[in-house]
Each structure stands twice: as structure tokens, then as C-alpha cells.
Design a protein around this ligand. Structure first.
Ligand SMILES: Nc1nc2c(c(=O)[nH]1)N[C@H]1C(S)=C(S)[C@@H](COP(=O)(O)O)O[C@H]1N2
Ligand SMILES: [Mo]
Length: 446
């Protein structure tokens, strides 16, 4: 029977509801009263016994061929790609190198369609891209949240072929790094934060195809007692300042896992490329990018809350205004906007149509307002996607005739379907996550 208006109070404890789940889980966290020391001990232990470099059955991406007699710029670009551990080419007109990561240049979206093409989709690698043979790859599920509590040694297994044989689903969704926009804490607010100094290019929208995680969990024997899952990547161990934290793994509540998470094997109509998680990755719509574990090898399913450094020491808010153990683990992304323009570039005088995109982890963007006078006046941009996918972005455009030559700042401020909007400043957190303020985009009219 449907509950309709007469929503039963008892249902507020229904753990398949995301909001309820998050509250109950927060209580579980509180009950554990974990000290920072406890968290550190736990994460160090998790790294022990893991191979120092590379998981079984994987190889690291080979360095691209030497550039030989190519011009110096091409050599530098090849060297940057080799050093990054990323397989795909990173041409400087599409990417800004960021250590082991590569940020998309927003001007590279100008003239593109709705989706971010793979050749310019940002890459965020804790270590480096592994090359995994889909033929021998297995997804292994184990733990106390499955019937019979299969162990890590004797897990329930799915081959790549097994997954291809299950009902496929497609999902258009963004993947965005939690630290996207981090550099603006410093450049706009004068704050010192640690982590990759992304501008706004650590986001992309793709059409993902694969199997619902719920299908696989149910086939593996999910019990009603299951609380958390822990997907783990097959990329090499992550070492932070000399401390081996083991392979990338981030707990996910079962409620979210059952709701809309995909085990994706295709991206924009092609097999998933190595840098984006081949043969299979998670796509966790609307949530912090770290949840979308790439190169997934195994998933622990537990009847108790799970912890890893990626939901204890990272991906929480720390700093003034937050408890010493940090905020609750981060879940949804926030609302943001970007212009499809070079950063601090030059435009000729005369008429322009400014293009950009806005997106939010809370759902669709309702509207985007533009200011070309430093935030004094705002005008509504014209939306180009009236029926945008709920987990993607909305494109917009705005005609602009600059009043004069010289430096200008362009501002875009989106409001999403929950009414959340982008303020002028954003509260600081030491790891520089979730910068959500309006970004002031410099441009020179020549
Ligand atoms: N196994 C594994 N999964 C991972 C990561 C990683 O380093 N290893 N990085 C995460 C982070 S922080 C982000 S933002 C996204 C980035 O996905 P992309 O590289 O396909 O853009 O992947 C997530 N999944
Ligand atoms: Mo990320």
C-alpha cells in the first residue's frame, strides 16, 4: 500500500531513504566517538600488507613514446604526460597539468555539445592509471552484509562478460572533484588551503552505460542488515607524505548504492577509457567525485559502518568552525558555474555572446544570473537546455558588448531547484573542498 499523504512516522527510520540514512549514520559516527588518533591507527593498519606498488593483475601505464625530434613545446608536453601517469594525450590547449591530475580548460568546451568529450574530460588520479585486462578482471564482493558472509578470499565474483549480460542502463551525470575551484579560496579570499589548486575544470558530464550497482548487490546476496559498502580501486597504493594508506577506497551507504549508482563500462558510447576507470568504475551521481571509484576490483559489503582515510581524514570539512574530527563525510556536491572562456584571456572589442554552464549536486539548475560590472547588477542568462538531465548541467548564453577596453571581471551565479545559490564568499576549510562562491573571471578587452 502506498503511504500517500498519510506518511507513516515509523517510516522515518526507513534506511532506504537517503536523508534518514545520513542522519542515522551520523548517529553511528557519534556513538563511536572516534578520536583522530584512532582514525590514524585504523588507516595505517588498512595499508599494511598491501603490495607496495600495483594490485595483482594490473600494470602501470607505460610512458608515452619519446618525442624524438618534436619541437620543444611538444617535448615538454610529452614529458608532462609521462610524468603524470595518465595514458591519454594532454594537449596544452585542452588541459592544465596538475601533478598526477589534468584539469580541463573551460575554453575547450566552447562549441562542444552537451557532453564533455573524453579527449578533454579531467583526470583525477591519486597515483597513476593502471592498465587492466578486462578478460581476467573480476569484480569481487564479500563481507558480513551478504548472505553467508563470503570472505575476501572466497568472494562472490562477476566477470566483465557477466556484467555485459545483465540489464544495461544509461545515465547522464557529472563527475566533479570535491576540490574543484579550490584555488579561489586563495585568489579570491586570501586563504591558505592544501590540495590540488584546481580552477573550475575538475568537472565533466558524460553519458555512462553499465549495470546498476543494486542489481549486482542483490545478485551477490545483499542482506537487510547491510549498512555500508566499500568499493576499492585496483590502482597502486596511495602514499601520503611517506605513509602508505593502501588502495583508494571510500565507504558508501547502502541506501545511496541502491538508489542510483552505476557500475559503468561505457563512457559517451565507447568502452570506458583507461584513465576513467577501465574496465569498470562506479558512477555515484551528485556526490563528491571520490565516491565514483575507478578501476573497481572489489566491494566489501558490511553490516556495520565502514571507515577508510577517504571518509575520515579526507573528504570532510576541517578548520575553524568544524569539530576536530571534521564534519560528517561529504556527500553531495554544491552549485557552481563556469564561463567557456580562457582564464585571464583576451577578447576583441565589439559584440560577444558569452557561453557557460551551471550545475549542482542538489538537482537541476533553475537559472543563472550574470554580472559584467563586478556584481553590482545581475541579468538572467538565456538557458540552452530547458530539459537538462537532472544530474548533468545546464548550458546558458549571455550577449555582451563591453563598454571599453581593459580588464573586466565576469561573474556567473546559478540557483538550483532547491533554491541554493552561489554567494559572494565561501566559508574556509583547510582542505579546500566545495568552493561554492561566485567565481570572478578575469578577461581583457583589447
Ligand atoms: N581507484 C580510484 N578511483 C578514483 C580516484 C583514484 O585516484 N583512484 N580518484 C577519485 C577522484 S578524487 C575523482 S574526482 C574522480 C575523478 O574521475 P575522472 O578521473 O574519471 O575524472 O575519480 C575518483 N575515483
Ligand atoms: Mo576528487
Amino acid at each position: 500500500m502506498r503511504s500517500g499523504d498519510g506518511y507513516d512516522a515509523d517510516l522515518t527510520e526507513d534506511l532506504t531513504d537517503e536523508a534518514t540514512y545520513e542522519r542515522v549514520r551520523a548517529e553511528q559516527y557519534a556513538a563511536r566517538r572516534m578520536t583522530r588518533r584512532g582514525v590514524l591507527r585504523m588507516s595505517a593498519g588498512a595499508g599494511l600488507g598491501a603490495a607496495a606498488f600495483g594490485a595483482a593483475g594490473t600494470t602501470l601505464a607505460p610512458a608515452p613514446a619519446r618525442a624524438g625530434s618534436a619541437p620543444a613545446s611538444a617535448r615538454a608536453f610529452a614529458a608532462a604526460a609521462a610524468a603524470s601517469g595518465i595514458v591519454k594525450p594532454l594537449p596544452p590547449e585542452l588541459f592544465i597539468p596538475q601533478g598526477t591530475n589534468a584539469e580541463m580548460r573551460w575554453e575547450a568546451m566552447r562549441g562542444q555539445g552537451y557532453l564533455t568529450p573524453v579527449d578533454r574530460f579531467f583526470v583525477r588520479n591519486h597515483v597513476s592509471t593502471p592498465l587492466i585486462d578486462a578478460g581476467t578482471w573480476r569484480l569481487k564482493l564479500w563481507g558480513t552484509g551478504l548472505h553467508g558472509s563470503p570472505t575476501e578470499d572466497r568472494p562472490v565474483e562477476f566477470s566483465y562478460e557477466d556484467l555485459l549480460g545483465l540489464r544495461a542502463e544509461t545515465l547522464t551525470a557529472s563527475v566533479e572533484c570535491t576540490g574543484n575551484g579550490r584555488s579561489f579560496f586563495t585568489s579570491q579570499q586570501g586563504q591558505t588551503v592544501s590540495g590540488t589548486a584546481w580552477k573550475l575544470g575538475a568537472v565533466g558530464v558524460a553519458r555512462w552505460r553499465g549495470v546498476r550497482l543494486s542489481t549486482v548487490l542483490e545478485r551477490a546476496g545483499l542482506t537487510r542488515k547491510a549498512v555500508d559498502i566499500l568499493p576499492r580501486g585496483l590502482d597502486p597504493d596511495y602514499v601520503d607524505k611517506g605513509e602508505n594508506l593502501g588502495r583508494v577506497r571510500r565507504p558508501l551507504p547502502v541506501a545511496k548504492a541502491l538508489k542510483d549508482v552505476l557500475l559503468a563500462y561505457e563512457m559517451n558510447g565507447r568502452p570506458l577509457p583507461p584513465d576513467h576507470g577501465a574496465p569498470v568504475r562506479l558512477v555515484v551521481p551528485s556526490w563528491v567525485g571520490i565516491a565514483s571509484v575507478k578501476w573497481v576490483g572489489d566491494i566489501q559489503v558490511a553490516d556495520e559502518p565502514l571507515f577508510s582515510p577517504w571518509n575520515t581524514r579526507y573528504y570532510r570539512l576541517f578548520g575553524p568552525g568544524y569539530p576536530p574530527e571534521g564534519s560528517a563525510p561529504l556527500t553531495r556536491m554544491n552549485v557552481k558555474s563556469a564561463f567557456e572562456l580562457p582564464w585571464d584571456g583576451t577578447l576583441p572589442a565589439g559584440r560577444h555572446v558569452l557561453h557557460g554552464r551551471s550545475w549542482s549536486g542538489n538537482g537541476r539548475v533553475r537559472h543563472t544570473d550574470i554580472s559584467v560590472d563586478g556584481g553590482r547588477t545581475w541579468h538572467r542568462a538565456r538557458p540552452r537546455d530547458l530539459h537538462a538531465p537532472a544530474r548533468g548541467w545546464t548550458r546558458w548564453e549571455y550577449p555582451w558588448r563591453p563598454g571599453g577596453t581593459g580588464r573586466h571581471e565576469l561573474l556567473a551565479r546559478a540557483t538550483d531547484e532547491t533554491g541554493a545559490t552561489q554567494p559572494a564568499t565561501w566559508p574556509e576549510n583547510t582542505l579546500g573542498y566545495l568552493f561554492g562562491a561566485v567565481v570572478r573571471h578575469p578577461i581583457t578587452i583589447a
